[in-house]
Design a protein around this ligand. Sequence first.
Ligand SMILES: [Zn+2]
Ligand SMILES: [Zn+2]
Length: 258
Amino acid sequence: MSDALKITFLGTGTSQGIPVIGSNHPVCTSNDPKDKRLRTSALVSWKDYNYAIDCGPDFRQQMLSNRVMKLDGILFTHEHSDHTAGLDDIRPFFFRQGDVPIYAHKRVADSLRRRFDYIFADENRYPGAPAVAVNLIDKDHNFSIGGLEIIPIEASHNRINVLGFRIKDFTYLTDVKTITEEEIQKVKKSKVLVINALRLEPHHSHFNLKEALAFIDEVKPETAYLTHISHMLGFHEEVEKNLPKNVHVAYDNLTITV
Ligand SMILES: [Zn+2]
Ligand SMILES: [Zn+2]
């Protein structure tokens, strides 16, 4: 079993996914498999540990297509549905392993508790409902999972803050619009950075491509991967061609080792 981190991009699409239902946009009708994007999520694996970052509406499909047999926990970036709506589908892991550990900011945990009340119920639990073990996290406290230190990084997603995660030389950030100098310091010297790049046009709560590239230029990782992509960013192949050499557009089921 390797100590290296294996990252699997479970999904790289923005909230509607690509294709968008009912859309005739050329990127939505593209035959390139790299233009098909499930909602943004990643699996980080080391030794025999598997941790998911977020649990969006495509979670079941993502676990099946990547043959994930065991899940040690879920790290949540924020409460938006495209990052949380799949929580009911932890059931097979719950049945085999017991309460599934989740790591979330208090605000995010409170939102999950409201929306999935039956998962968090203390009494009169519905038979077959899954259960979670809640671990509250915030930007000021590193925590440890599977023997590794996780550094939470806070960024602004316009109306709410999100958490990203640094694990050794790997940093994963999504749904970022702005980030403070103090938090950027935590990202610096990462070898591999994952960062959101929604589209070419500006957006109120997400980096567009230009903002993502400026952030990469500031942090200077060896390699960066773009995620949380809208069909409006363009065809995978064309966007990839025009990027700096150390920047790539992530795609679903891409795996990398850090
Ligand atoms: Zn969001
Ligand atoms: Zn999102």
